[in-house]
Design a protein around this ligand. Structure first.
Ligand code: HEC
Length: 141
């Protein structure tokens, strides 16, 4: 008399311990890839007001740390541009950075992206924000 009960109990155990798998509703989009830039970082407004000095400093940093890849003028034709697997945008065209917020540009410069090395630990935060302004000014020169 006990046997059928045990069998039922173990079956029930298996049935209820099986992982619950709810199929995704049909037509649901596939899981979106993690955003490259976290939303809060993308929305951070640029906290610096550019001055002649801070922009001269940004130009200097750009010359040291960015020009070898992005080119002195920002046209994406630096000395090692040919070694880059992902094409670099042309900063001399206002369309290139238009779709990115200051916060996104800051984050990419701070953390790096693909073959681009991070600036974190090299330039100070205020210098990076000034670099963002400097990059945007390259299409106006
Ligand atoms: C070693 C070469 C290299 C250096 C140095 C470098 N970059 Fe880049 N940069 C790249 C490459 C490659 C990409 C494209 C990355 C990708 O989309 O995978 C890129 C992308 C960018 C972008 C666009 C981001 C986007 O998502 O389209 C900005 C803005 C940028 N770099 C700014 C800078 C600044 C400012 C510096 C200097 C502080 C710098 N980079 C230094 C190679 C470099």
């Amino acid at each position: 008399m006990l046997r059928p009960f045990l069998m039922f109990a173990s079956l029930a155990f298996f049935a209820f311990s099986a992982p619950v798998q709810t199929p995704p509703p049909s037509g649901a989009p596939a899981a979106a890839p993690a955003p490259a830039v976290p939303a809060d970082a993308a929305q951070t407004p640029n906290p610096v007001k550019p001055t002649a000095e801070s922009q001269a400093r940004a130009k200097q940093i750009y010359g040291y740390d960015c020009a070898l890849c992005h080119g002195e003028k920002g046209d994406g034709k630096g000395d090692v541009a040919a070694d880059m697997k992902t094409p670099m945008g042309d900063f001399t065209s206002s369309a290139t950075l238009k779709s990115m917020t200051d916060g996104e540009l800051y984050y990419v410069i701070l953390k790096g992206k693909g073959q681009m090395p991070p600036e974190e630990g090299r330039a100070k935060p205020a210098e990076i924000w000034n670099l963002v302004i400097y990059l945007r000014s390259m299409s106006k020169q």
